[in-house]
Structure formats: C-alpha cells, structure tokens
Design a protein around this ligand. Structure first.
Ligand code: AN7
Length: 361
C-alpha cells in the first residue's frame, strides 16, 4: 500500500480540465501545479459600499506559481510548443507573461526570449524572467511595439509565439471560470476583470459559455471589463498611441484580443469602462489594508471599476460578483513603497518605540 504521505496529488489545470482542453495523450504536460486559486469572500468592501444582499468574491490569481493568472495559459502554450517540437519560445510582455513563459520554458528546457518595455515593467516581474533564465530584451518602446516585433519574428515558424494570440493561451486561461463555477455551484451574476491585451476577459467568457453548454452552470455572468483611463482603447473605440498608467501590466494601447473583449461585453450584456489612476490606487490600498489581500495595481483596476458601478447602483440585489485579482502585490515593490505614510524612522530606544506605539494604539 502506498503510504498516505506519498499520495499527495499534484495536479495543474490541464489534468484537472483535460476534457475541455485541446490536448491528447501525446501532449507532454508541463505544469507547476498552477490554478486551484482561492475564491475569497470580501468582508470590508460590501460593508464599505453598503451592499447588503450582494456577495463579492476575489478570485486571487496572485497565488499561482509565478504570481499571476498567466500560468494557466502558459502551461497550455508551453506544453503544446513542446509537443509541436518548437526550438524556442518568445513573447512581448508588460511583465507577467514574460515571468510565466520563462518559468514554464525553464521547466522543460526550451529557450525563451522576452521583449519588454524598458523602464515600464514592475521589478518583481523583471527579476522573475531573468532568474528563470530567459533572454531578456528591453526595448525603448511600449508593449504594442514589442508585440509587433515578436509577431514578425515568429512568422518564421521555428520559434513559437506565446502571447495570447497563441490560441492555447486563451484555452488554458478559461479554466479560471471553471474553478469559479465549481466553487460557487453556479456562475456569478457579474464578473469584474481588468483589461489590457484583452485575452483574459475573452478566456473567461469562453469558459463560462462552455461550462454552461456542458450543463455545469445555469447563470452566465455580465462581463465587466476595466481599463486604465490613460490606456483605454476599447472604451474610446480606437487605439491609444501612447498609453500611460501606474498599472503598468495594462499599459497597452492596441489589444490583440480587442474583438474577443467586445464580444464578451456584448454577448453577456456587460460593459467595458475606464478607471483613473487615483481610483486604481485607492482600491489597491483598500483591499490590502482592509481585506488582507495584496494584489498588483492592474488587478485593483477591477476593484475600482466595481466600486464605481456600485456607487451608481448598477448591481441587482441577491446576486454574486466575482472580481479577478490577476496578479500578486509583490510583483511591484516600487509602487507598493511609493506611499510614505505608515513608515516612520525611530530611534532604537524603548522610549521612542513606546511613544509611537502607545500614541497611535
Ligand atoms: C496583472 O504580461 O499583457 O487583458 O504582457 O499582468 O489578458 O492582457 C499582462 C496583462 C491584467 C491584463 N492584470 O490581462 C503581459 C500582459 C495583470 C496583467 C492584465 C495583465 P489581458
């Protein structure tokens, strides 16, 4: 008999949701046990907003192996690249895609190249790509330019593009919607999510629809996408030449999955709106300081958007809202430390420490 202690089941999203994914017995599964992230009930937010009969949940994707939702798509993209005998993979990235690609490529010995916008990538993400052993190429330009470049490089088929234009990425990412339904027993009435390159909103909507077709849920949520005001091409209906926002993950002016996002919005009866950097910043602090959930600024865009809608009484009573928190707060230490309050230098004496502690108890 196998001792219980050796029977720990390690299972990632491909094994868990194989029947919904384009894999065969010949697909080598490259996994880091991604997925299975917690759905955390919001406590402070509904109280703050005065919402009584509405439950809000955070789908905390920051707890994936590389700290973002990208791992769900990357396990698929890298597994398929290996199956199709690619010699290397490449991506453009605002940071999280590069971290995830580098990790999964390292796990199976594939070479990995990443193109990132110089100076506009959060430090934690840069460190990850570098430490997982990818070749990091910094360009003096933005994500959109980097994406154009990698698209051209991969026209020569020897190198596989692992941005979300790669259809396997979206396939893997839809598993987050499956998990939410499996946890809640049905889909929520509303799903709020940040939108950058628009792959994730596309993936969730596909996931919910496929799960309903399979008889796993009855409800289909209204998809509520949020872009940063300085990088909101879908909201304005045209590409943004020079996108700017503190939420560098979604600093994207011409999203690859634009059509998928619009389809998700329109088919679901949802919306895609913009939130300002101050709104993002406020929500970022609120969930960390009041809920104990530390997500990166781009993730907070979805919280900011949800708050904005709640203030205009958008949500119906007796419903559930899921907010995807796409990445960990630890990804962006510079932004996290850019608020000076609450950090105070004190003398290393009992008097100095107790003065502060007792004064602000
Ligand atoms: C934390 O890593 O585009 O709308 O190159 O890292 O599916 O693009 C990251 C995007 C939201 C937006 N939250 O998702 C990249 C990249 C976080 C992100 C998004 C990203 P999409």
């Amino acid at each position: 008999m196998v001792h219980k202690k050796f029977a720990v089941k390690k299972i990632g999203v491909i094994e868990r949701y194989q029947e919904f994914l384009p894999v065969t017995d010949n697909t080598p599964i490259i996994s880091l046990n991604e997925g299975n992230t917690p759905l955390i009930l919001a406590e402070a937010l509904p109280v703050y907003l005065g919402l009584k009969n509405i439950k809000i949940y955070y789908k905390f994707e920051g707890l994936n192996p590389t700290g973002s939702f990208k791992d769900r798509g990357m396990t698929m993209a890298i597994s398929k690249a290996l199956e199709e005998k690619a010699s290397a993979v490449i991506c453009a990235s605002t940071g999280n895609t590069s971290a995830s690609a580098a990790a999964f490529a390292s796990r199976c010995g594939l070479r990995c190249f990443v193109l990132i916008p110089e100076g506009k990538i959060a430090k934690g993400k840069l460190i990850q790509a570098y430490r997982y052993g990818a070749k990091v190429l910094m360009i003096p330009g933005n994500f959109d330019q980097a994406l154009e470049l990698v698209k051209r490089v991969t026209q020569d088929n020897r190198i596989t593009l692992v941005n979300s234009i790669n259809p396997y990425r979206i396939e893997g990412q839809k598993t987050a919607a499956f998990e939410i339904v499996d946890d809640l027993g049905d889909a929520p009435e509303y799903h709020a999510i940040p939108v950058g390159n628009a792959g994730n909103i596309t993936a969730y909507w596909r996931g919910y629809k496929e799960y309903r077709r399979a008889g796993k849920c009855e409800v289909l949520p209204k998809m509520l996408g949020f872009q940063a005001e300085g990088a909101a091409p879908i909201v304005y209906g045209k590409p943004v030449e020079k996108p700017e926002t503190i939420a560098t993950a979604i600093r994207i002016g011409n999203p690859a999955s634009w059509k998928g996002a619009v389809q998700a919005r329109d088919e679901s009866g949802g919306l895609i709106e913009a939130v300002t950097d101050p709104e993002i910043s406020w929500a970022y602090r609120f969930i960390a300081e009041r809920e104990g959930v530390f997500a990166e600024p781009a993730s907070a865009a979805a919280v900011a958007g949800m708050i904005k809608l709640a203030r205009r009484n958008y949500f119906e009573e007796n419903t559930r809202i899921v907010i995807t928190l796409t990445g960990s707060g630890l990804k962006d230490p510079d932004y996290a430390l850019s608020f000076e309050d609450k950090i105070e230098a004190v003398e290393p004496t009992f008097e100095a420490v107790s003065k502060v502690v007792f004064a602000s108890r």
